[in-house]
Design a binder for this molecule. Structure first.
Ligand SMILES: *Cc1c(COP(=O)(O)O)cnc(C)c1O
Length: 353
């Protein structure tokens, strides 16, 4: 606290990002980064931008990237004016909260969900009502049939990894024609089906995605949203009142190349999915309960061991996983799927406990 702070800043409860430890040789399975690395074509495209051209501002609209994203989703009839791009999907989400979810009525999101949502509500002074997941940690569409100022949840959900089928998403969209329904698809490429295919049927649907997870570019900071041009226009208005150049020249070049390299992307996602299935079986063999996951992590608990305790003991072995000290999930660990060597180290470490 300081007398120089605004009242708003004094009251903020900021998001705490997963730890990025400096020690070398850690098995780092705590922040859902992709172990297979970005497309070499993306790296080459970034290197090609490292020249005198950096004296010039980047394209404020990111047109080349919007075109690449529209082209990637051409089967769903997406055009560039239905795409918004930003500095990581966290920034895109911030603009969504401010531009599309701030109304008189409270917005709805699950009790166990991405912990940035309540932080944005604090920053932008948005009322919220938290909807409990079912006992099996699923979203029940019937719980979202009540008066609201908007709806947002990740699909697959984080940190549970559970995926909600598009039929249920359509149910929520149809029950809420006067609200924007935001589907945060940070993890959809690891086995889920994207709601982008529904965008042309529902003017109230906005889908956000990131290049941080499936495209392994967390360090580049690129995210995007796809929806009706009317919704996209709201985001452009917020962006151009905040930062006209959210994506620099390197990020734009790397992101375009990442979208063009479909083969690398698909191989990487398949590699994560294969390892996820293997890790799940091995955890179950050790007596862990593992929620069904369509993400690049698993959410798991052991009936005889406390989550915090297991996380602390893994840490002593140089293996970092994420534990949330929160109601309902304090027994659980969220474990990112790593390379097969990292996953072997994890299983060996847990077996030793
Ligand atoms: C990782 C993550 C994001 C943020 O991604 P960035 O593009 O890196 O900002 C958004 N939503 C969820 C649910 C995530 O897990």
């Amino acid at each position: 606290m300081s007398k120089y702070w605004s009242d708003l800043v004094s009251e903020l409860k900021p998001y705490v990002p997963g730890e990025q430890p400096k020690m070398p040789n850690l098995v780092k399975l705590n922040t859902n980064e992709n172990p297979f690395g970005p497309s070499p074509k993306a790296i080459a495209a970034i290197k090609a931008e490292l020249n005198d051209g950096l004296r010039l501002y980047p394209d404020p609209e990111g047109v080349a990237l919007k075109e690449a994203i529209a082209e990637y989703h051409v089967d769903f009839g997406i055009s560039p004016n239905q795409v918004f791009v930003g500095n990581g999907s966290d920034e895109v989400l911030a603009h969504i909260f401010q531009g599309l979810l701030k109304h008189d009525k409270p917005i709805l999101f699950p009790d166990i969900s991405y912990s940035f949502y309540p932080v944005y509500c604090g920053l932008f002074q948005i009322e919220s009502a938290v909807i409990p997941l079912t006992d099996s940690f699923e979203i029940d569409p019937n719980d979202y049939k009540r008066d609201n100022g908007g709806i947002i949840f990740p699909n697959p959900n984080a940190p549970t990894g559970r995926y909600l089928g598009l039929g249920h998403i359509e149910d929520i969209l149809q029950s809420n024609p006067d609200s924007v329904v935001v589907i945060d698809e940070a993890y959809v490429d690891f086995g889920g089906d994207t709601a982008i295919r529904l965008v042309n049927d529902y003017p109230n649907l906005l889908v956000s995605q990131t290049l941080s997870k499936a495209r392994s570019l967390a360090g580049l900071r690129v995210g995007f949203a796809v929806g009706n041009p009317e919704l996209i226009e709201a985001l452009n208005r917020v962006k151009d009142s905040f930062n006209s150049y959210p994506l620099d020249r390197l990020a734009l070049a790397g992101a375009v190349a990442a979208f063009e390299d479909k083969q690398w992307f698909e191989d990487s996602c398949n590699g994560v999915i294969r390892e996820r299935e293997r890790v799940t079986k091995e955890l179950e063999a050790l007596g862990f309960e593992v929620l069904p996951s369509k993400a690049n992590f698993v959410f798991t608990r052991h009936p005889d061991h406390e989550g915090a305790d297991v996380a602390a003991k893994l840490r002593e072995q140089g293996i970092i996983v994420r534990h949330f000290n929160k109601p309902r999930i304090s027994d659980f660990l969220r474990i990112t799927i790593g390379t097969s060597d990292q996953n072997n180290a994890l299983i060996k470490g847990l077996a030793a406990l």
